[in-house]
Design a binder for this molecule. Sequence first.
Ligand code: ADP
Length: 442
Amino acid sequence: MTTPGRPLLGCIADDFTGATDLANNLVRAGMRTVQTIGLPEPGAAAIEADALVVALKSRTVPAAEAVAQSLAALRWLQDQGVQQVYFKYCSTFDSTPAGNIGPVTDALLDALHGPGQGFTIACPAFPVNQRTVFKGHLFVGDLLLSDSSMRHHPLTPMHDANLVRVMQAQTRRRVGLVAQDVVAAGPQAIVARFAQLQAEGVGVAVVDAVSNADLMAIGVALKGLPLVTAGSGIAIGLPQNWGLGGDAARDAANGAANVAANAGTDASALPAFEGLAAAVSGSCSAATNAQVAAFQAAGRPAFAVDPLAIAAGHDVAAQALAWAEPLLAAGPVLVHATAEPAAVQAVQAQLGAERAGSLVEGVLAAVARGLVQRGVRRLVVAGGETSGAVVQALAVRQLAIGPQIDPGVPWTWAATGLGVPVHLALKSGNFGSTDFFLKTLA
Ligand code: ADP
């Protein structure tokens, strides 16, 4: 069982919203979890949690930089006394032959076991989110990864679904496979296969998984392994190794199709809501457009930020805050730059995509800060990059992870640099039901 105050599992996530996704799964599987934004300052107070998730921004930086960031995170997690380390990447295995999954895995194994030594797994499977691995091949829904929209990704296009081959191109270690029939035979069979592969000189085993039952069996087999590398799905099977169990474990045991269906475990307890409520949105995804429309259709007030007005030098943040201030006491408000693709393209044609993005992020971050200064204590943020900008503007260093709102989006609670705590819901683009703003701010 868990010893109060001592983290058991230490996680290194290669991006911000991916870290929150992992933390959400860990909480749902019964671990009290804290996510840090980068590494805490030296000398910061020890964190009371079962699991620590360090959010890095290392997915697409040069491999050497990703390795350096990850090793620094490993050292900090080791200082906290964690018993197992979890390197978390995307469930679509976002990487190139240059990295960063392979080089970071090599560096972590070298640091834990010595150069060229050690053994770990690679498993991006997350069946409830339509990511399965079979005979070493990654599927996104019914499509091979290489036939999915990931083949067009601007930074990490995935042209090969065979993860043994993809991983072998990135790592110095030999890559092997634990096939689904072995996984289905249970933890003992998986452990025996690990031993066989190690005897053959394999250092990284891609592991098949097509169901939550597979993830739970793999979880048992990973007990005591110093390093795990995976997407967020593998997280649901690990807490049982420390006698912890939550919704995910219960759902898997019941054979439920969707671990995301219910929310709330003891591990997810956060302080009660207080203060005023508001949302800021810089996401222009289809889901967010529908969510903004639903908020307005319900009669709630919304302020649209015009990127061209920002570029023309208007103090749009001050305007938005002056608009919001008298309304806040009557209920939640929304400040957004959310727009349909044609409008976004028109703005980008004038300002350039990068400049438009950073101007909008700057205004929304300033608005978020101003809202908290005006008494908002429950803040919903839509957009991955936007969330990063807001968290920075609020000088948040770590997030306590609470109950799940929708798959991949938990409530979080954070101290800010403004001297007050806030509840934050940080939603990446396509996540969340249509009534997301209404239900989170109700
Ligand atoms: P998502 O999670 O949906 O990708 P992000 O916040 O990560 O959302 O990215 C959206 C980007 O688009 C941000 O950089 C944001 O500032 C920018 N943006 C938001 N609204 C507009 C707009 N109306 N025109 C141009 N860019 C915009």
